[in-house]
Ligand binder design. Sequence first.
Ligand code: IVH
Length: 674
Amino acid sequence: MSKAGSNTLQRIKHLREQINLHNHNYYVLDQPGIPDAEYDRLFRELQTLEAEHPDLVSADSPTQRVGAKPSTAFRQVKHEVPMLSLGNAFSDEELKAFNKRVCDRISWKDLIEYSAEPKLDGLAVSLLYEKGLLLRAATRGDGNTGEDITDNIKTIATVPLKLLGRNMPSRLEVRGEVFMTRKGFERMNEQAKKAGEKIFANPRNAAAGSLRQLDSRITAKRPLEIYFYGVGILKDFDMPTTHSEMLLLLRSLGLRVNPESRVVKGVQGCLRYYNNIGKKRDNLPYDIDGVVYKVNDLELQQELGFVSRAPRWAIAHKFAAQEETTVLNAVEFQVGRTGALTPVARLKPVNVAGVTVSNATLHNMDEIERKDVRIGDTVIIRRAGDVIPEVVSVVLERRPQRTQKIKLPTQCPVCGSAVISIEDEAVARCSGGLFCSAQRKEAIKHFASRKAMDIDGLGDKLIEQLVDESIIDHVDDLYHLKIGQLAALERMGDKSAENIIGALQKSKTTTLSRFIYALGIREVGEATAQNLASHFENLDELMQADEEKLQTVQDIGPVVAQHVVTFFKQKHNLEIIHRLQQAGINWPSIQKISGDKLPLAGKTYVLTGTLSGMTRDEAKQKLQALGAKVAGSVSKSTTAVIAGENAGSKLEKAESLGIPVLTEADLRKLLQKP
Ligand code: IVH
């Protein structure tokens, strides 16, 4: 008879139902409902209850199997050697306990050698090579039976269809993780969004969804990658004696293995590796959720063997979760430098990876709609590295009866001006311009920032205080601040006030590109400011340039050109620039790099149509390198139009204006000029 009370029984039943549901969402639908951390907690609670009441363990409990049911859409593949899962360690103590279990079981007195590597957040697969040829690929499925995904795996460029080298095992079943880099994932989602297709929640789901496409032509377009980390079968080949040698063997056969893998000794070695990878984590191009340690000696692995779900010789040491759930209490709109309104979620405070999070960005109204976020919802919050925490998704199963839709305000929450949304643009903006104190504050913060005027000690809080107390209104007012005014502020001593005045003085000597960047023209970042500075060489020329002229500058298209022209059309902006120059802001004049001597100096070309030997951008750069200007539209000052295949209206305009038209062959000759 079980000693468990009816409450425990109920709880176990509830946990099993919940876990089964989440397994289905995660493995079959590729749509996780809750963060991994929460799943892990449910799973652990069930494991603990079952350990306390072994008589209640049933064969169909989710603790008794590895993954989820394979879906029926693909042909099923039975794994000759089951694909197991890994036990988890969530703390140093749990790692120490694992190491002790290993040592005790094999009566080992020395330090154990482990092969350590990142735990990729992707999808486990098994690839079978016979006589060096890729014969079949399968997902893990439930560990015993997976799905045949051979055609899809073959679309991954880095998977060899034939192994390298002459010396080859007759049979090799190799295991690894298919994943997507964060960059690849973002690019793919951007394209999907434009095409109105399904957006994936994270790189793992995107990888899973791509790999389990029934149409492998779709998989081929997805940026999938793979690292191999283990072997199921190796026939007619000398078995290496350690896991690390096995990885070297895989590499020599042309199979990609993670370059971060290392051999470490004992718990201390494991922890050093864990901390190192933890520091590197945000800079790795892919998501990882921990590291895996495997007893390096393959004979010892054999001796240690398995327990139901996982090997005794390996463990996953997880990082603190980056995702948690909490309740969305309210949404406020913040106004940025360009007036853009960003919805910010006010949350019930929650600890995410050791930091209390009570605010998270919701990005913009499109994102709110796409995720169907409402006030009162339980939401998943993600915090990674130094990035601002964001609301990832809603836990729909926990939506209360009454929720409130999030509405875009019609008036700016700071200055009351009308809020304008432009069609096809995700962001809504306050139309108050510099009347809006929020926009003024942000403009001044940008002006003072390190890559702009670099005014040391003039932090965000201080700028807000100065604007709130009407001590300054615009950037030029900074240069009229007096020590006394600053020193009179709360929490500001004479010394700090003096330092800030010193920093302001110092910032007056700057460079043209920093100054252009500091003005905060929309879409003009550091690189664009540099291009503008080296092209125009002085501010007056830039201020007078029209859109056509601006588009002859490297990397400047019609949108940026328009922003620049609009900025310098505003009387108010011209006044501020004038006052800044009067206050003594200066930069060394840029020496003309003997541009006149370049063979195409003074000439302006327009490129149109498709070139066969190079892209239009390459042609533009080559012409510019010879001193020519390349414009976006044809005018009387155009020297010639260079027309490729299918040239359209620009060619017509050139003909009507009597401007010479050159072919691609003419262009090549032009570029060969000494
Ligand atoms: S070894 C018997 N190494 O984690 C040991 N697994 O939670 C099998 N994973 O199913 C796994 N990176 O999908 C191993 N470097 C790595 C891994 C790794 C990711 C995944 C794999 C496995 C799951 C277990």
